[in-house]
Design a protein around this ligand. Structure first.
Ligand code: IMP
Length: 507
């Protein structure tokens, strides 16, 4: 924790004495700076709990000049109870590594809790994820390759394993073998050398699980998973019961993972992750009902990013940007060298001004995946998406990364979409070219055909790093926030104006 920062959340009207359970969720496609906000609330909370996703997430927190990224353990004060709930999917190797890495950073978690009924990620899931992405070619989702969808799928189709299975070697062995039976056909229908190559990675213990004759060495998996069970056994417990006993008495901060647009239930399906990472799902994933949440805070970034494939109406540079960011040869260094003029684009591959502007914002905002290092696609703020998000019982917003827009001459905001696809029936409505939406429609066939209608606002063209209170902020920035509030009915409560913990303003 940064000792120079003294935040008293109780001074805020919104965190009154009666508020015991706070949910903090991203309302876009993830990567909105949740880590910093959850960290802030962890000073107030007794328990920080996460209920969805797995090591596909990456939450970045800065401690002084040290950057720390967590993938599974909730962010924030390690002296508090940090709980991983039943709705998560756990890769025991990633969790063991992460606990070790935290110690290296002198972050000593004093009370980690892992739900005994969270789903387990098996090596099969990681290989399945990568094989299915390779087979999908152009139609791939652009997953993080961590086996997330396949672990959730097993849970749904009743063949999955749970964290508690790590503790009982005999039943672990029986269940792993049974699980493999359901997958044999899938693996045998792929090139065995490709399976071999995928298993030859650190994440998969450098070929430990490879077997020349049977593809997977089940005994090695059983041994290793049992070993991880022994490593993690002190954490594994009935977190549902603990939360039921704590709610209403203890202060709970629920850490959302990913974002509403990536929710399997409410996002841009099929370009989503495989959990319900909406505000509803994040509460359910720790064993609560959303109605038990006293304060639901939505986080938006001052612009929007998206990683992987999927519709993104306000993307700067459109399809060119999507292809560029999903090209595995592009990384931060390559983009920096382009921005400095040291590397040129290939002939015939000349990008638009919008794309170049998006690349500049990407580099200023350091928009490269915390989990995979992939460049994030960048676009303007999308109010139809925000209006949709506000249906989830959210009124109060946190706006992050405002400083990234410091140099913009103008700030563009998408205030509505215009549909430009073929005639399409959506429930009892028939969409025709020209139909205007004020609120996003989460149907891939609709959203992929929506063009943004923009409003341009003047930029503030100044550094906001030293601003400590609302009255320090430039007028054009205030106008930008007022525009968001006026157009959506949202109430903006917290602003983040830089990556450090002290770069925060309470409105
Ligand atoms: P999966 O969760 O690895 O299956 O990936 C499914 C989709 O969700 C892909 O488009 C990923 O890029 C995206 N995704 C998963 N986790 C995150 C995250 O933490 N931030 C942003 N996008 C994510």
């Amino acid at each position: 924790m940064d000792e120079n920062v003294d935040f008293n959340l109780m001074q805020l009207d919104l965190v009154s004495k009666d508020v015991k359970t706070v949910a903090i969720n991203c309302l876009q496609w993830g990567d909105t700076g949740k880590g910093k906000i959850v960290d802030l609330f962890s000073d107030w909370a007794d328990i920080v709990a996460r209920g969805t996703g797995g090591d596909n997430a990456g939450h970045t927190v800065w401690y002084g000049n040290n950057k720390y990224v967590s993938h599974l353990i909730p962010c924030g004060d390690p002296s508090k109870t940090n709980l991983m709930g039943n709705g998560m999917v756990i890769n025991p190797k990633s969790l063991t590594d992460e606990i070790g890495m935290a110690k290296v950073h002198s972050i000593n978690h004093q009370n980690l809790m892992l739900a005994l009924n969270a789903a387990l990620i098996l090596p099969f899931h990681i290989v399945q994820d990568n094989l299915s992405e390779i087979s999908a070619g152009e139609n791939k989702i652009g997953t993080t390759g961590r086996g997330i969808a396949w672990a959730y799928a097993d849970r749904i189709n009743r063949s999955g394993l749970f964290v508690n299975d790590l503790l009982n070697k005999d039943s672990l062995a029986r269940k792993i073998k049974k699980n493999y039976e359901t997958k044999k056909f899938f693996f045998n229908s792929h090139d065995s050398q490709l399976v071999r190559a995928l298993l030859d990675s650190m994440r998969l213990e450098n070929s430990l699980y490879w077997d020349e004759k049977n593809l997977f060495n089940l005994d090695a998996i059983i041994e290793k998973y049992y070993f991880y069970g022994q490593e993690l056994k002190d954490l594994i417990c009935d977190t549902d019961k603990f939360i039921r006993q704590s709610v209403g008495h203890k202060k709970i901060a629920i850490e959302g993972a990913q974002g509403l647009g990536l929710s399997n239930k409410y996002g841009t399906y099929p370009y989503v992750t495989s959990s319900d990472c909406s505000p509803y799902g994040s509460a359910e994933g720790i064993g609560l009902n959303y109605s038990q949440v006293d304060l639901s805070l939505g986080i938006i970034k001052a612009y929007v990013t998206r990683v992987g494939n999927g519709p993104f109406p306000t993307e700067l540079g459109g399809e060119f940007s999507e292809n560029w960011c999903n090209n595995s040869s592009i990384d931060r260094e390559k983009e920096l060298s382009i921005l400095k003029g040291e590397t040129k684009f290939d002939q015939g591959n000349i990008p638009s001004k919008d794309f170049m502007f998006g690349m500049k914002l990407r580099s200023i905002g350091d928009e490269y995946g915390a989990t995979t290092g992939r460049p994030r696609r960048v676009g303007w703020l999308d109010l139809p998406l925000l209006r949709y998000a506000m249906n989830f019982g959210i009124k109060d917003l946190v706006v992050t990364k405002l400083d990234v827009l410091n140099d913009c001459d103008y700030i563009r905001v998408c205030n509505a979409y215009q549909y430009s696809g073929p005639q399409y029936n959506y429930g009892n409505k028939t969409l025709i070219p020209g139909t205007i939406f004020r609120e996003t429609v989460m149907d891939y066939d609709v959203i992929k055909n929506c063009k943004p209608i923009y409003v341009d606002l003047p930029g503030w063209k100044s550094d906001i790093g030293d601003c400590k209170k609302i009255s320090d902020l430039p007028e054009n920035l205030i106008n930008y926030l007022d525009f968001i509030s006026k157009e959506t009915g949202a109430s903006i409560k917290i602003l983040s104006t830089g990556f450090r913990k002290e770069n925060i303003i309470f409105a």
